[in-house]
Design a protein around this ligand. Structure first.
Ligand SMILES: C[S@@+](CC[C@H](N)C(=O)[O-])C[C@H]1O[C@@H](n2cnc3c(N)ncnc32)[C@H](O)[C@@H]1O
Length: 319
């Protein structure tokens, strides 16, 4: 919250409303108004009581956060003073068995944050072996991606892979791991979740949009949970603060367009021991923050921030 500088009030976007924890802390500042965005209808439904409590200072929007500019326009707000995003799955989603995010429970292999579109089961039953290997390798950093992809396509010829347990058992049979190691299916589950929700594409497009929706002097704060996400945030901020010449690499340094963001933290902020002890899920969280300059948005090659994996819609029938 400190990274967003809400002390003097203003309009803030909580692009990942979830259970409303960030929004609640922002609203504790007197003249702050908040727009909360979430693609999960159940998170927004649970937020109705907070909207009522906030006395007109909180509005909620069902949308993907990459659509933040459209959300602001629809609410007749030209710009905002701060934008925060807390990427990934919420504890509510992860801990609700039926959503299929976790192999701790046996449930349909779903993983859709919005409850709509292509599910993890669609990908596992329809994507080609090469596409599955790409997902597992690039989104899960799984070294045995090809082997797992081969096992999935072999298995589905004889029996369906419809549940979290089906997939977790298949990966575990292939690579049993040692006691005390993380579950061997952890990386595969992360990979599928990222693919189903286009999490990295959403993040890259949100960062690009932040250049357009933040007023000069407005603050951006991004909390990420693994290196794939953090690398995108870090590289974007390097590009936008013109400390990477990739914005327009054919121009001499003196003619580089001026930066659209200035980083406000020298290093990413991580949770200290006490916070990790109180909330183990904070152990891999990293906060990066930046201030919008008054220069025009840069035309950035956002696609270069993303791993080379095709959209899931191109991997499944009728996608
Ligand atoms: C880690 S939780 C946020 C928790 C929140 N900061 C809180 O205090 O409760 C992430 C939330 O963002 C939502 N989300 C993730 N990606 C999204 C996207 N691309 N567009 C909109 N919402 C998204 C998820 O549905 C989830 O509810």
């Amino acid at each position: 919250v400190a990274a967003l500088h809400p002390d003097n009030g203003g309009l803030f976007i909580d692009a990942t409303f979830g259970a409303g924890g960030y929004t609640r802390l922002l609203l504790a500042h007197a003249c702050v108004r908040v727009i909360g965005i979430d693609r999960d209808p159940s998170a927004l439904a649970a937020g109705a009581s907070l909207v009522a409590e906030a006395g007109g200072r909180l509005r909620l929007a069902a949308a993907r956060f990459s659509q933040v500019a459209e959300v602001l326009a629809a609410l007749d707000e030209p710009v905002c003073d701060g934008l925060v995003v807390d990427i990934g799955v919420s504890s509510m989603q992860f801990d609700e068995a039926a959503r299929g995010f976790s192999f701790r429970f046996d449930a349909p292999l779903d993983m859709r944050m919005s409850g709509e579109g292509i599910s993890a089961a669609d990908i596992v039953t329809q994507a080609s072996e090469a596409d599955l290997a790409d997902i597992l390798f690039h989104y899960g950093e799984e070294r045995r991606a090809r082997q797992i992809a081969r096992a999935i396509t072999a298995r589905r010829r004889s029996a369906p892979i419809a549940t979290t347990r089906d997939l977790a058992d298949l990966v575990q049979r292939l690579m049993p791991g040692r006691p005390g190691d993380i579950h061997p299916a952890t990386r595969s589950f992360q990979a599928l979740r990222i693919a189903v929700n286009d999490e990295l594409g959403e993040l890259a497009r949100l960062l690009d949009a932040a250049q357009h929706v933040l007023a000069p002097g407005g603050h951006l704060a991004v909390v990420s949970f693994h290196s794939l996400e953090d690398r995108i945030v870090k590289t974007f901020l390097q590009m936008a603060s013109a400390s990477l010449p990739s914005a327009s690499r054919h121009l001499p340094q003196s003619q580089q367009p001026p930066a659209s963001f200035t980083p406000t933290l020298r290093k990413p902020l991580v949770a200290d021991e006490a916070e990790v002890a109180a909330n183990p899920r904070a152990r891999s969280a990293k906060l990066r923050a930046a201030r919008r300059t008054d220069s025009a948005p840069l035309k950035l090659a956002i696609d270069t921030l993303l791993p080379p994996v095709k959209p899931v819609a191109a991997m499944v029938r009728g996608g």
